[in-house]
Write a protein that binds this ligand. Structure first.
Ligand code: BGC
Length: 724
């Protein structure tokens, strides 16, 4: 087909058929029915007619080549114009081969592997019948109480944008029509879902448009610049108006200003949620608000299906809005080649071959090892292969290492810590005694077992963390410490006077008090995915040198939240010479700084930064400068370092963050080796959103900071001169 054919198809459609295209229902509306070659389902709930289902445009969460093919086949038999269904699903960090959760992936700072993971996920999903994934999630996050931070790539707009682009490239490739092993991407949740008040899921968001543009919007925009086909709305309000009914966001910014002409889908049930939000009094009003604001597909509720026709008949809704939305959906179907190949990549045989392929599992293992962040190490790690290990804790033998949003990933395929450790040093060298549960204190019986086992051990490895249900959607927590049972457990383990290395499996930065101080080594593993145990063992035994760096600050205590590196100075910063100590911006009981800052992560070696030099001290509109630093591996192990470039605008028209990440480079250095790392600095990197919402730079002084994390590095100064 081409665009003319698509338009002609639209002309042949009745009003009912058009409206039904805008509806998305879950796979269970079709399954079962499909086997019988007919389409029925639990329609009563939504109050829709069978006819609407027959004409509906897309399906949510159906997968498996056989199943999807039969749904599509049955659908095409009944659908008058033979318009195929779009199959959409949440392929967030893998389909069946699960990769680390996105927050973990981001800690690798490895865009290439991130892209490859999305490509592998797309391949497995596409041969299993999926056409569109509801990813990447590019919401900027600052509040670890929010359970969905695990789905994000952290607190920085620049890094989020880079990962957004990498994921979109990986999912989509460059030709969706020809490359049947890719899927269309859907960036979400537009917009600012990550800023929900108090970290409580679905909660209100209120921020200035300037802040929205500067911090929260860039990553969605980056995904679209990379060609992302779809956008999903957010559940929250933005400036008093629910995102799903927000014209300013979707029509003015997304469509008019950014020129996005792809498909916009509501989040699950979010159109109908305009009612409890209090901006619509019934489904008819909700439907009208959403379509006028720019939502093309309504996910899982029937405000459109049951009301748009009446609204048009009453002259309350312009038919052209419905036509536009349908045209966008048909265009996406065409881009995916569905009119020619309605089953697209769905292939039972390939599904068997490609899903869980060796290659995908290896990729998952590599990425998992690069995603873990070493937070503390007092001479314990790496472990020697001759050492006898006692493995304890609720994650010692648990398959709950895939993390939330891995609905297709079977836990019994996941490599547990026990398996990984035993594979590495032999079953005889690892004794396992779980001890406490996630929230259940260690019992006397369990403790006796540990006391017995510890005798023969040189080192204790405690695998601790949060059950995966403790983060993810609906997984907000007000207290983000490790459950007390585990904190107590670590304290008890210390009494053996043997080194304790803690490995953490969790979906958010935690308040690690009681753990950091007790543990001799601390490795943040997030949820590493299918190859968890092997990947962690690779790190613990030094076959891979840890290189992950945090992309979200770990708070010193939950009362500090939100705590993030790109904050402002305030008029009364600590150590301000002119103000008495009490009256500065600080807490009386804890430091202002996080426990572990953005960009932080240890290695088994150490990197020394020296000789930061600039090729000139003036950046001009059309003339960049180079900043060069020497990085030396001063330790005994070869290792990878992520060299980070931050810039501070010393004086702005609006206040500027203390630092802003503007670039990073990865360097692999052998023991004793040095390398010069160079970054280019140009005028476009110095632009920001002014109070009039204009995006431009100001002449004046800047500080460049290059370092190993957002707090430790070398600085130099330069000026920006603008040509009039
Ligand atoms: C989530 C989305 C997801 C959708 C479909 C919603 O509850 O917020 O991120 O894509 O469900 O599963």
């Amino acid at each position: 087909m081409n665009q003319t054919d698509v338009k002609q198809l639209l002309e042949q459609m009745t009003q009912d058929e058009k409206i039904a295209q805008l509806m998305q229902l879950a796979g269970f509306f079709y399954e079962g029915a499909a086997q019988r070659g007919e389409i029925t389902g639990p329609m009563e709930d939504l109050g829709i007619e069978e006819e609407t289902i027959i004409n509906s445009g897309s399906v949510l969460g159906a997968s498996g080549a056989g199943e999807v093919r039969s749904i599509q086949e049955a659908h095409l038999k009944k659908n008058r114009l033979g318009i195929p269904l779009l199959m959409m699903a949440d392929i967030i960090h893998g389909y069946k081969t699960i990769f680390p959760v996105p927050l973990g992936i981001s800690c690798s700072w490895n865009l290439d592997l991130a892209e490859k993971s999305a490509e592998a996920a797309a391949k497995e999903a596409a041969v299993s019948g999926v056409h569109v994934t509801f990813a990447p999630m590019t919401d900027l996050v600052r509040d670890p109480r929010w359970g969905r931070v695990m789905e994000s790539t952290g607190e920085d707009p620049f890094l989020n944008s880079e990962f957004a682009k990498a994921f979109v490239r990986g999912f989509q490739g460059d030709n969706l029509k020809e490359d049947l092993h890719r899927v269309a991407a859907c960036v979400k949740h537009f917009a600012a879902y990550g800023a929900s008040e108090g970290g409580r899921d679905y909660n209100s968001v209120d921020m200035s448009e300037r802040q929205l543009r500067e911090m929260y919007l860039p990553a969605y925009k980056a995904a679209l610049d990379e060609g992302c086909e779809m956008v999903m709305t957010a559940f929250n309000i933005v400036d008093g108006i629910p995102a799903t009914g927000n014209k300013r966001l979707m029509r003015d910014i997304l469509r008019d200003e950014w020129g996005f002409d792809g498909v916009m889908i509501s989040d699950w049930g979010a159109v109908k949620e305009l009612i409890p939000h209090g901006t619509a009094s019934n489904e008819k009003e909700a439907g009208k608000l959403a379509i006028e604001a720019g939502v093309d597909i309504e996910m899982m509720t029937a405000c459109y299906a049951n009301n748009l026709k009446e609204l048009m008949e009453e002259g309350q809704l312009e038919e052209s809005l419905v036509d536009e939305a349908v045209l966008r959906i048909l265009t996406l179907k065409d881009k995916l080649g569905l009119f020619e190949k309605p089953h697209r990549g769905a292939d039972v045989k390939l599904e068997e071959e490609l899903v869980f392929s060796k290659e995908h599992r290896q990729l998952s293992r590599d990425l998992a090892a690069k995603s873990c962040v070493l937070l503390k190490n007092e001479g314990v790690l790496p472990l020697g292969k001759e050492q006898k290990v006692l493995l304890v804790g609720p994650f010692a033998s648990s398959g709950d290492v895939l993390g939330p949003w891995s609905w297709k990933g079977p836990r019994d395929e996941a490599v547990t810590m026990e398996e990984g450790m035993k594979r590495k040093i032999g079953a005889n060298n690892v004794s396992v005694a779980a001890g406490c549960g996630i929230e259940e204190a260690v019992t006397e019986e369990q403790w006796k077992e540990i006391e017995l086992a510890v005798k023969g051990a040189d080192v204790i490895v405690a695998a601790l963390g949060e059950r995966s249900e403790m983060s993810g959607e609906g997984g907000s927590r007000a207290d983000i410490m490790l459950p007390l049972a585990q904190v107590e457990f670590v304290r008890k383990l210390k009494r053996f006077n043997k080194p304790v290395a803690v490995v953490l499996f969790n979906g958010r930065p935690l308040d690690l008090h009681g753990v950091t101080d007790q543990a001799d080594a601390l490795l943040e593993a997030w949820y590493p995915g299918t190859e968890a145990g092997d990947a962690v063992a690779d790190l613990l035994f030094g076959e891979v040198n840890p290189s992950g760096k945090l992309t979200m600050s770990f708070p010193y205590a939950v009362g500090q939240v939100p705590v993030y590196y790109n904050r402002f100075n305030t008029g009364r910063p600590q150590k301000a010479p002119h103000i008495r100590e009490r009256y500065v911006s600080q807490y009386l009981d804890i430091p202002n700084e996080p426990l572990f800052p953005f960009g932080f992560g240890l290695s088994y070696t150490s990197f020394f930064y020296s000789n930061l030099s600039l090729s000139g001290n003036v950046v001009r509109s059309d003339e960049s400068i180079r900043a060069t630093v020497t990085v030396t591996n001063q330790g005994e192990y070869a290792g990878e370092e992520t060299v980070q470039l931050y810039i501070k605008d010393e004086v702005g028209e609006v206040v500027r963050p203390l630092k802003e990440l503007k670039g990073f480079k990865k360097v692999f250095l052998k023991s004793g080796e040095s390398q010069e790392i160079t970054f280019k600095i140009n005028e476009t990197m110095l632009r920001y959103t002014h109070s009039d919402l204009g995006y431009r730079s100001d002449a004046g002084s800047f500080t460049v900071f290059i370092g190993t994390d957002s707090e430790n590095g070398k600085t130099a100064a330069f000026e920006l001169e603008l040509t009039k």
